[in-house]
Design a protein around this ligand. Structure first.
Ligand code: NAD
Length: 259
């Protein structure tokens, strides 16, 4: 299917690795020119070169921390008028809420709630004027099925989800949609680090814990970031203008509810 977005421009945050990189790759595969952002210049430049080589689109790399005001300003200077915005950043650390300080909460809110809101604020009116815009926020399956040790993530991402639910109904008549993609377990560096920590804590080999988690998922496997990227590209497509304010779970069926 031709997604009808060739020649558009996307700003994709946290895109040197994992799910963000997969979203950037899938959009580039549809002919979308990119500005990609991540903190580490080396991995980011490598991702940019791979995407250019594979797809031939223009890719500009901005090495910065998107959760800071300076980082957002740098990203927006490189891409002041994106047609597509993919909001993403690293997730907050796990832990016990009794040990989290106010600063821990503020860091989580900055990364996973306020940064996407600031970027939406900076770009959505231009999208409305141009009568095309697609905003996708990468959140987490923990928004629907909170995980106790991920309280910082549950709280911050739920705040973003509530905000988006209101705004997404105001922009859609201008062909500007805002949706959230909720990953369950995807085979990325982050998941590897989480499983490694769990294996060390349990004194078990990494492979054993990795395989056990994989088989515990109804799909019997982890998600492939490429699948995630393609779902993102569809939500950003010309055909998805009637889908807004949705929270789409990609978790192999792990969430057990009917709705
Ligand atoms: P990853 O560690 O594989 O990749 C993270 C990317 O984000 C890297 O490119 C990194 O450079 C970039 N990044 C992190 N913090 C940044 C910042 N402050 N500014 C700019 N770039 C930054 O992680 P992933 O698995 O792709 O996860 C992406 C998001 O999805 C995270 O918020 C994570 O919590 C969430 N998530 C992932 C899974 C999973 O199974 N992979 C499940 C649920 C939620």
């Amino acid at each position: 299917m031709d997604l009808g977005i060739a020649g558009k421009t996307a700003l994709v945050c946290a895109a040197s690795k994992g799910l963000g990189r997969a979203c950037a790759f899938a959009l580039a595969g549809e002919g979308v020119n990119l500005v990609i952002v991540a903190r580490g210049a080396e991995a980011l430049e490598a991702a940019a070169a791979q995407i250019r080589h594979a797809t031939g689109v223009n890719v500009r790399a901005v090495a910065t921390d998107i959760t800071t005001a300076a980082g957002r300003a740098a990203a927006l200077a490189a891409c002041p008028q994106p047609d597509i915005l993919v909001n993403n950043a690293g997730g907050p650390p796990p832990g016990d809420f009794r040990e989290w300080s106010r600063d821990d909460w503020l860091r989580a809110l900055d990364a996973n709630m306020l940064t996407p809101i600031e970027l939406i604020k900076a770009t959505v009116d231009g999208m409305i004027e141009r009568r095309f815009g697609r905003i996708v926020n990468i959140t987490s399956s923990a928004v629907k099925a909170p995980i106790d040790i991920l309280g910082l993530s549950n709280g911050a991402r739920s705040g973003l989800t509530g905000f988006v639910a209101g705004l997404a109904r105001k922009t859609v008549k201008h062909n500007v949609t805002i949706n959230n993609l909720l990953p369950g377990p995807f085979a990325t560096d982050r998941l590897r680090a989480t499983v490694e920590a769990a294996a060390n804590a349990a004194g078990k080999p990494f492979e054993e814990v990795w395989a056990a988690r994989m088989h515990a998922n109804p799909a019997g496997r982890f998600g492939d970031p490429e699948e995630f990227g393609r779902a993102c590209a569809f939500l950003c497509s010309a055909h998805a203008g009637y889908i807004t304010g949705q929270n789409l779970l990609l978790d192999g069926g792990a969430y057990p509810g009917a709705f």
